[in-house]
Design a protein. Structure first.
Lengths: 804, 235
């Protein structure tokens, strides 16, 4: 030992492993404008494609005249459903077991639906050609209100399903009905309501919105006629699934399809599905023999590819007079638009909405969901949440506040009274989930203590009196939200997408000099995987994170995985990484034992290598072991040091959190000022606290947007209104409140490193916190529930209606 | 939507009525009007080029006159298609009355629907554009028809400032009005005015949009009620 020998703390720090606030390595290129996105890719001879889209929400197409467009110099092709029919590609399967028109097949069912695909030498010519295509329509009656969808005389939206009384998820009770899904003990729940001392019942609508990533959906297809190989670059959150679907649809063998997701500028669920643009670009490339690029513009993105929410939830709680909930009954009317293209695991038509019992120990519950068609864009993706979890959290968290109001009880106290207790985990919920771990009382108590909850309530009481006396025109609202997420889809026993089980994967290869390349089936869209995945490996294998290269998105090199959405990366791919690393570690231990001439049982792991138990001076670092693995392996052991793991999770993970929002609303302008927002998240083991904080900031900002104004609206004739950033609220730094973040740590008992996932929690917990604050502000004036979004106009209108 | 307004025109009612029925006058006054042709005494076709925010389109449409009550008013209705930019349909009731000082009060009520890309532009832009276009129409119309003002100078300036030949990125293919031709057309107008031309359009009273958001205070309302949109261009 001399002074140069690093201390254990220094060795540990050098790894920048789990728990380290390591700076995001991908930001080096992003902050210099050196990212490589789909639209940065320019292939030789590349053509550009774009869509003629429907002006109407519902219409028959009588004629498409493309002759003028085809006569325009530079136009190579105009593809319509007629051209796709012989290939069997005019319709495509959706992730939800429905079919969707790739190009309108005689009829359009939503405004901006794809009608024809124009391919030309460049984007300018494509745009000019679009203007020259004449489409003759015959208007049909439009349904935009899901509550009118199943009226007896409602127009038939999907004649292609005519006479089909069964869909992918069972019986259809009306020509515009998609599915009914129910879970829970109905008889016992009805009995709980019959016996209840007190009940509440409210329609809680979660309006239609959109994930709106800054980079829109895009793809480039390049078909090599000589090799018969297809390469597709695209903004794919799940590149392997796209490869499999492309192979099934095009009949091109899967090994001859190369799918590449380069850098992606945000996904939030928008980039999970398969879209007409991908198929048309592929067909156009096969037809022309040249690469074809398709890039959505902003309006196309907001109005056609995968909306989110549009859930209309009638929630009932039964309770005792002292605030013990005895039953929950929920019915959801789910507006899926013109085609059922929800991106949920295939067996779950309403996603994991049955997490709607939230963080509470309800003895019985029953849930039923009816999905219906309307003349709106298809989708229903998990916008920064696990499948339909933010809808469920909003439903139960608003309902608990409505019940508290009726009971005259503090909403935080009502939650404390009904929480699942720490010793009840693993907890079996009334709607069928097994919650892995949690300490809800601790989390909410910490949140309340930190913000000074009781003092805030006292201040609010005083302000209300002052308001009644006319001394102030501000209403103070305190929004409490306590959410439990369900993420990490998922166990193959109940989760698949089109039959593909929802495992994920990692392949780790240590080079002879001790640096690493690792590839995963996940795909970052900004989550920082290149940073955090390396940290898991660094801790597991004792190689500094800076010596680890993470590669995702190339299906030729990455192991098969189901991609990144629904906060599944850390729970599933993160587990695969740890498991693959542990395989390597086992082999490394054998090599170290050989090098140190001891039994492997005499070795113990120590930060960055193995040392002999009781004799720590005798040790081999992972770097030394890596060299030996290739160049001097033990006799009989194959050289090399690498491993692959495919991880099929035994259960979901259940992150949770306690959020408190304090808001002041000016009743004369409707302007709500967020005074304070405190977010405590428990995502189990924390890999990179700085990235977690960034994720929470981003998720809260999106939650703020959704709750306070963001919306995709339709008018009565089916126009999609405000599908641009002029109207669609995307907060900038000017509007965004200051966020305070905090945490508790309750590791997942079944995850190899105890991590649960966090990227989406703030959206799930944030929306009810804002909405509860708004409703809490108005509650004393006699209102029980004000629908979202809570923009200034609507808040002003609420105040006006309440007579203040 | 209801875009209701009225204007005082400095000319007697029968003069205003005749002007309202003169395709030449209307063509001059409708911002961006490329052509206006009568196909029957109560029907005509029109082409109007409009630029609203990022959308520029030429609307081709059919206009019908009904409820004709000379010289007190009529109802015009029509529908037009702007290709990929969208469509518009609707109508306006126009009423003329004497204001007691020899001038005429022209009142109009527009109800219309727009669809396609135009509608998607959102409330603020369409509302303000509609009002601007309606304003331009009546400024020019008033200047053309009013007997209060000298006929020549100021009217030409107005016309020059009028059909908003906004230069868009793709190049200015909205033709700037031919000032000389306009002046020439004007000089012959008074004469023609009494030449008993029948009919024609009032056009383009505007696009407007009124979103009546409904907020649920008592929780009983239909979740989607209140997204009522109106708006329109009659071309």
């Amino acid at each position: 030992m001399n002074d140069m020998t690093p201390t254990r703390a220094e060795r540990e720090a050098r790894l920048e492993g789990m728990g380290c606030k390591r700076k995001r390595v991908e930001d080096v290129r992003f902050t210099q404008g050196k990212g490589n996105y789909v639209d940065d890719i320019k292939l030789p001879g590349m053509l550009h494609g774009d869509f003629v889209r429907s002006q109407f929400g519902h219409a028959r197409i009588k004629k498409i005249d493309a002759s003028k467009a085809l006569a325009l110099p530079g136009v190579l092709a105009v593809i319509t459903a007629e051209e796709l029919k012989p290939l069997g590609l005019h319709w495509m399967p959706t992730l939800a077991g429905d079919v969707q028109a790739v190009l309108a097949d005689g009829k359009v069912c939503f405004q901006n639906q794809e009608i024809a695909f124009v391919v030309a030498e460049n984007r300018y010519i494509t745009d000019d050609a679009l203007q020259l295509i004449e489409v003759e329509y015959e208007e049909l009656p439009v349904i935009v209100d899901p509550f009118k969808s199943m009226a007896p005389d409602a127009p038939v939206l999907r004649p292609d399903l005519d006479g089909k009384t069964t869909g992918a998820h069972g019986a259809r009770k009306h020509h515009n009905h998609i599915f009914e899904w129910s879970v829970g003990d109905k008889a016992a729940t009805d009995e709980a309501f019959a016996q209840a001392e007190i009940t509440v019942n409210h329609l809680i609508s979660y309006h239609r919105t959109h994930p709106s990533p800054l980079e829109t959906c895009q793809a480039i297809a390049s078909f090599d006629k000589v090799k018969g190989e297809l390469t597709v670059y695209g903004t794919f959150q799940a590149p392997h699934v796209i490869r499999t679907v492309a192979s099934l649809l095009s009949k091109i063998p899967e090994h001859k399809i190369h799918v590449v997701s380069p850098d992606i500028g945000g996904g939030f669920g928008n980039k999970v599905g398969a879209y007409s643009g991908y198929i048309c670009a592929i067909v156009a490339s096969i037809v022309t023999g040249r690469p074809v690029k398709w890039v959505e513009d902003r309006m196309e993105n907001l109005s056609t590819t995968s909306f989110a929410r549009d859930y209309h939830m009638t929630a009932e709680l039964a309770a005792t007079r002292d605030g013990r909930v005895t039953g929950l009954r929920v019915h959801v009317l789910a507006d899926h638009g013109a085609f059922d293209a929800c991106a949920d695991p295939s067996k779950w038509p309403a996603g994991f909405f049955n997490i709607v019992t939230g963080s509470y120990d309800f003895p019985v519950a029953h849930l039923s969901v009816d999905g219906v068609y309307t003349n709106k864009a298809p989708g229903g993706v998990a916008y920064r949440c696990s499948f339909r979890v933010t809808e469920a959290a909003y439903c139960i968290e608003r309902s608990m506040d409505i019940l508290a109001q009726k009971l005259g009880m503090d909403p935080a106290d009502l939650r404390m009274k009904n929480f699942i207790r720490r010793e009840q985990f693993p907890y079996q919920s009334a709607l069928g989930w097994e919650y892995d771990s949690g300490d809800y009382h601790l989390a909410l108590q910490k949140a309340m203590d930190t913000v000074g909850y009781r003092q805030l309530r006292a201040e609010q009481a005083a302000k209300r009196e002052a308001f009644k006396r006319g001394e102030t025109r501000d209403l103070m609202g305190i929004g409490v939200s306590f959410f439990t997420e369900i993420v990490g889809a998922g166990p193959s026993k109940n989760c698949d997408i089109l039959g593909v089980a929802m495992f994920d994967s990692a392949e780790i290869r240590i080079h002879p000099t001790g640096s690493i390349i690792a590839r995963m089936g996940s795909k970052s869209q900004g989550q920082g995987h290149e940073t955090t995945w390396a940290q898991i490996i660094a801790t597991e294998l004792g190689i500094p994170a800076d010596d680890i290269m993470i590669e995702e998105g190339n299906t030729d090199t990455a192991p098969y995985g189901l991609g990144t959405y629904g906060s599944r990366s850390t729970p599933v791919a993160g587990a695969a990484i740890a498991m693959a690393a542990r395989k390597i570690k086992n082999k490394a231990q054998m090599i170290a034992a050989h090098l140190l001439e001891v039994s492997e049982y005499d070795l113990e792991w120590d930060i960055d290598g193995f040392r002999v138990k009781g004799n720590p001076e005798r040790a081999k670092t992972m770097k030394e072991i890596a060299w030996a693995a290739y160049n001097a392996p033990p006799p009989g052991l194959e050289p090399g040091l690498e491993a692959v793991n495919y991880y099929d999770p035994p259960n979901m993970t259940y992150p949770f959190g306690a959020y408190i929002c304090v808001m002041d609303i000016d009743v004369d302008t409707g302007v709500a000022k967020i005074r304070r927002f405190y977010a405590l998240d428990d995502c189990g083991t924390r890999i990179n606290p700085m990235i977690i904080e960034g994720q929470v900031h981003g998720g809260l900002t999106e939650a703020f947007a959704i709750a306070m104004g963001q919306e995709i609206k339709y008018d009565e004739i089916g126009n999609v209104m405000g599908a641009s950033f002029m109207d669609f609220f995307l907060p900038t730094a000017v509007e965004t409140p200051h966020w305070e973040t905090d945490f508790t740590v309750t590791p997942s008992p079944h995850h190899p490193i105890g991590a649960k996932g966090v990227g989406e929690s703030p959206n799930v917990g944030g929306v009810p916190a804002f909405s509860n604050a708004v409703n809490d502000a108005f509650g004393f004036l006699g209102s029980t529930h004000i629908q979202m979004p809570h923009d200034a106009w609507r808040l002003w209108e609420a105040a006006r209606r309440l007579g203040v | 939507m209801q875009m209701n307004d009225s204007r005082r025109i400095g000319a007697p009612r029968d003069v205003v009525w005749a002007a309202l029925n003169d395709p030449e006058v209307l063509k001059l006054c409708i911002p961006g009007c490329d052509s206006l042709e009568m196909t029957s005494p109560t029907e005509m076709t029109a082409k109007v080029t409009l630029k609203i925010g990022p959308v520029k389109a030429t609307f081709g449409g059919k206009v019908t006159l009904s409820d004709i009550d000379a010289p007190n008013g009529y109802r015009i209705s029509g529908e037009g298609s702007g290709g990929v930019a969208g469509f518009a349909r609707g109508g306006a009731v126009v009423r003329l009355s004497d204001d007691g000082s020899g001038a005429t009060l022209l009142a109009y009520e527009v109800d219309a629907q727009i669809g396609g890309k135009l509608a998607q532009l959102g409330a603020r832009l369409i509302d303000s554009t509609a009002r601007k276009l309606a304003g331009e129409f009546f400024e020019t119309f008033s200047a053309e028809v009013s007997l209060d003002e000298p006929v020549a100078g100021p009217a030409i300036e107005l016309v020059e400032a009028m059909p908003a030949p906004e230069v868009d990125a793709a190049g200015a293919d909205v033709a700037a009005p031919d000032v000389a031709a306009t002046a020439k057309a004007k000089s012959g107008w008074l004469k023609r005015m009494f030449g008993a031309k029948t009919m024609v359009l009032l056009g383009l009273l505007g696009l407007s949009y009124a979103a009546l958001h409904v907020c649920c205070v008592d929780g009983s309302h239909d979740a989607l009620a209140g997204m009522v949109i109106c708006g329109g261009v009659a071309s």
